[in-house]
Design a protein around this ligand. Structure first.
Ligand code: NOJ
Length: 910
């Protein structure tokens, strides 16, 4: 009872402060563009035929905005880019604005790609053909792809073979507010009939600091009609449904990084990070990526013709990339060629992490560290929140509590554990780091070009401007000086509050008219500021030897290359548990799978049942960390005790035993951008699965999980996809004594008491696990692998394993191994398919240390008379058959190929 009351109290006082954030109606450009979209009926934009110039991978022209008495030209360019993608950029010639914008750079900001794209730019790809033909510009590119641009209306139609897939500007929503001065507004106010003049030259929202919008109205907007695609996903971060809901009658989704304190579910409010990438899976799949870091709003609509998005941005250029591919995973692959893929993390990051605000002192840290071992619970790192630093002055320590941080790091290192400390981008005024920053003039400036000061945890603060190369060098120097006190390599960083969070700033962040390097307004770069910061941290600590680690709260497209992220300050409710799984899926489909969540909720105290279920769910998060607010009670997995602790322990152990699956999936992710947690529609192209949001695949397609996310639930219903394959019950990673087989296209009920994590495995999948309990990942390095092969009705199965040392970059020089498993009715083969021979030593070491010691063949009793004919290694190979499972005991060195021949006759249909 007491607990229930307390939980109620916590939730009753925690609620997002809506009044802090603008609605579309309170924001000039959003209101103006929605009004424009409601009134426009004809296109005001056309490409000037005479201006077109065509080269091998680029078309350039002038796009003319016209209405009675006005003709304004915007340079447009269309580019063939890597991965059969097309990029369209529309800029503005601002020479008239030169000298008229005060301190502000008069150009439209067009450098978002410099930060978002891998290596800062994107590779071009020649068109197959580009020509003007009957008032159309026709571009053929990639395989099967054609864009037809109607010159008079400026509508771009994208075809795959002869099928129309995407229409851009079909609704005439294209709108670019051209440069004008406030006092030059002529009679029509430089406005078309469809335009409003609401807040053109000031922002009337009641913020503390008025935004005078010094450059005036600059919005860009455009619409995209996805033909015959009735499901849209992406544009995180929102705590809302997985399939993007339509926004009619409410606000659009907003993409603007803010510190959203105590956020709600079913919300389109902006959150900490964002990726302006929409994905429409289907018979053919489409991706649209907006490359612009300004305040962005997106309306979503579904209609008979498919689905529709309307992008509205405060300023900057129109810049978008279209990808059309047969499979949704191929859209991830191609988009990944532009923004880069997730780094291959050190293996320890895929283990379990323990954090709270705060572990109080060295003794506390070391005590928690040893308690994990006492309770037999694996974990890999312990984290320190802001209180470790002297008065929250980052790059310092509270000396009375942490008298010798280097010693503490060494003690942790001796047990194999890592230490992660938080460093925020704000520096309190009046200590060495902020003094140095201001002295060097590398801080973010206000609209007058003076030092910008605001408030966050430590009081009055300044912010480093990491858009400035010298700002990044300053940031690097602070870390290097800080790290020089450590002899071990187990210290890592967490960059929080980097939206940036400004407690007394408009909408909890920096004023839009603040200034950055290059005299760019914060308005233009807001959404990438935090990326420039966490990337600078990564580059600083990357010594090219150990793989570095950063956790960031802000993210933008491209953040995945250098940082993991988590979903910020969530609540201890079932609703949050469920919603954050939807967000997990969303981030996977937009190439940012490396996400985590505060297990149990950041605020308040979860009841043991919720906490246990949250642990069981979180073993399916790529990044698995518990964290909680300063005012919460301790909740490490042993605190609840009894059956709850047992269940949490088992869940974490299950996660560790599945690390070979995760690591192999991360390796694929690093190479291809294909998600590690896959929504159902990655496996089956069947409308029935498009909206299934609470079950998903982990790793390669085949292991499907459905966490229990409802109070008191003891069963889950799982949909088994249509197709040829049956699925086998794999609850808690076990097949059970009576192997249960589920038929395709059925909905099955699975018992799931509090001790259970429901999973199933598809026939035809082979995978590896390490099943011995170890205290942490490093100690698992030499453990043997269990190979599990779930054969289909023909005896076939297939699977993969990737191995390297788990922490160095040496895999890039060839120190890795990839195995491929193929089972047929007659044999099981494990082939070493890829290895770089540059280090034979590494392979020899692996062979000497690591073996496959057990092979489980599941559904083996579907075959009569199983006998092992030969095994070309491990003469002492034995097997037993128990029900449907054949277990072969082997001692096979992992770096050598092997074949096991099996004679069997197919009998019963299962
Ligand atoms: C906000 C973060 O979201 C939270 O995780 C952290 O504990 C606090 N900042 C204090 O640093």
């Amino acid at each position: 009872m007491k607990l229930v009351v307390l939980a109620w109290f916590v939730l009753a006082v925690t609620a997002v402060k809506h009044e802090l954030f603008k609605t579309c109606a309170q924001l000039g450009f959003c209101t103006r563009q929605r009004h424009y979209a409601n009134h426009v009926s004809t296109s005001h934009y056309a490409i000037d035929l005479k201006s077109i110039s065509i080269s091998t991978d680029k078309v350039e022209a002038q796009l003319i905005k016209k209405w009675p008495g006005h003709l304004i030209a915007f340079p447009i360019s269309i580019h063939g880019i890597v991965g059969n993608q097309l990029r369209v950029i529309i800029d503005e010639d601002r020479s008239l604005a030169q000298g008229e914008t005060g301190l502000v750079n008069p150009r439209r900001y067009n450098e978002t790609g410099k930060w978002a794209f891998n290596g800062g730019e994107v590779e071009t790809q020649a068109f197959k053909l580009a020509k003007v033909q009957k008032n159309q510009l026709v571009i053929e590119y990639g395989e099967h792809l054609r864009a037809e641009i109607d010159l008079a209306q400026f509508v771009i139609n994208f075809f795959y073979d002869s099928q129309l897939e995407l229409s851009v500007n079909e609704n005439n929503y294209l709108n670019i507010e051209h440069w004008r001065e406030e006092d030059e507004a002529d009679e029509d106010g430089n406005l078309m009939a469809e335009e409003l003049d609401f807040d053109l030259f000031l922002d009337s929202f009641k913020d503390l600091a008025a935004d005078l919008v010094p450059v005036g109205p600059e919005l860009v907007a455009l619409d995209f009609q996805f033909k015959n695609h009735h499901h849209l996903y992406g544009i995180p971060e929102h705590s809302d449904q997985f399939r993007l809901p339509l926004t009619k009658g409410g606000d659009p989704f907003r993409l603007y990084n803010v510190d959203i304190f105590e956020y709600e579910t079913s919300s389109r409010l902006p959150m900490y990070g964002l990726i302006p990438f929409v994905i429409a899976p289907g018979k053919l799949s489409i991706g649209v990526f907006w490359v612009n870091a300004a305040d962005t709003w997106v309306d979503i609509d579904y209609n008979d013709d498919g689905s529709h998005t309307h992008f509205m941005l405060e300023n900057g250029v129109v810049d978008f990339i279209v990808t059309i591919e047969p499979k949704v995973a191929d859209v991830n692959r191609q988009y990944g060629k532009v923004v880069g893929n997730t780094m291959l993390p050190p293996l320890f990051l895929l283990g379990y992490h323990q954090c709270r605000w705060n572990y109080n002192d060295e003794a506390d840290v070391l005590d928690i560290n040893s308690k994990f071992d006492e309770h037999g619970i694996p974990y890999d790192s312990i984290w320190l929140d802001v209180e470790y630093a002297d008065r929250k002055h980052y790059f310092t320590w509270q000396e009375d509590k942490f008298p010798n941080p280097g010693r503490m790091a060494r003690k942790l290192d001796r047990t194999g554990r890592h230490l992660v400390v938080i460093i925020d981008p704000h520096l309190a005024t009046g200590y060495f780091a902020s003094d140095e920053l201001i002295e060097d003039g590398l801080e973010m400036k206000n609209s007058k070009g003076e030092t910008f000061k605001g408030h966050c945890w430590p009081g009055e603060l300044v912010w480093v401007d990491t858009l400035n190369p010298k700002g990044r060098a300053f940031w690097a120097f602070q870390y290097q000086r800080f790290l020089s006190n450590y002899t071990t390599k187990n210290v890592h960083f967490w960059n929080d509050m980097n939206e940036p969070s400004v407690f007394d700033g408009p909408e909890t962040t920096a004023p839009k008219d603040n200034l950055h390097f290059g005299n760019w307004e914060h308005r233009s770069i807001h959404n990438i500021y935090g990326l420039t910061l966490h990337e600078a941290t990564y580059l600083t600590i990357n010594d090219g030897d150990e793989r570095p680690f950063i956790l960031t709260r802000l993210y933008y497209a491209g953040s995945q290359r250098t940082a993991a992220m988590w979903f910020g300050d969530n609540l201890p409710t079932w609703e949050h548990l469920r919603t954050l799984v939807l967000m997990l899926l969303t981030h996977n489909v937009v190439n940012y799978p490396f996400v985590g969540v505060d297990i149990g909720g950041f605020f308040g105290d979860p009841l043991p049942e919720l906490l246990t279920r949250w642990f069981q769910t979180s073993i399916f998060y790529p990044f698995m960390r518990q964290h909680a607010h300063l005012d919460t009670r301790r909740r490490e997995p042993w605190v609840a005790g009894g059956v709850y602790t047992d269940a949490m322990r088992n869940a974490i152990r299950l996660r560790y035993s599945m690390l070979p699956i995760w690591y192999t999936a991360f390796h694929q992710l690093a190479l291809t951008g294909v998600p590690v947690v896959k929504p159902m529609f990655y496996e089956v192209n069947d409308d029935a699965v498009m909206e299934i949001e609470d079950q998903f695949f982990v790793g390669d397609l085949g292991i499907m999980a459905k966490p229990v996310m409802n109070a008191g639930a003891e069963k889950v219903k799982m949909y088994i996809p249509q197709g040829q394959h049956k699925y086998i019950d794999y609850i808690n990673g076990e097949f059970g004594l009576l192997v249960k087989v589920y038929q395709p296209g059925s909905t099955v009920t699975i018992d799931a008491p509090i001790t259970s994590t429901p999973m199933v495995v598809r026939q035809g999948l082979a995978f590896f696990r390490k099943r011995r309990y170890r205290r942490l990942t490093r100690l698992m390095a030499q453990d043997p692998y269990t190979l599990t092969i779930v054969v289909d009705d023909n005896g076939d199965a297939h699977g993969r394993l990737y191995i390297d040392d788990g922490h160095l970059f040496s895999y890039k020089q060839g120190e890795f191994l990839e195995l491929e498993v193929t089972a047929t009715a007659l044999a099981i083969t494990v082939d070493v398919v890829s290895q770089d021979s540059s280090d034979a030593n590494y392979l020899a070491q692996l062979a000497a240390m690591v073996e496959i010691d057990q092979i489980q063949v599941v559904l083996a009793s579907g075959f009569a008379d199983v006998s092992l004919v030969s095994a070309d290694s491990g003469a002492d190979t034995h097997y037993v058959i128990d029900g449907l499972v054949m277990t072969i005991t082997a001692h096979h060195p992992i770096s050598q190929s092997m074949t096991l021949k099996i004679s069997r006759d197919v009998v019963d249909e299962l």
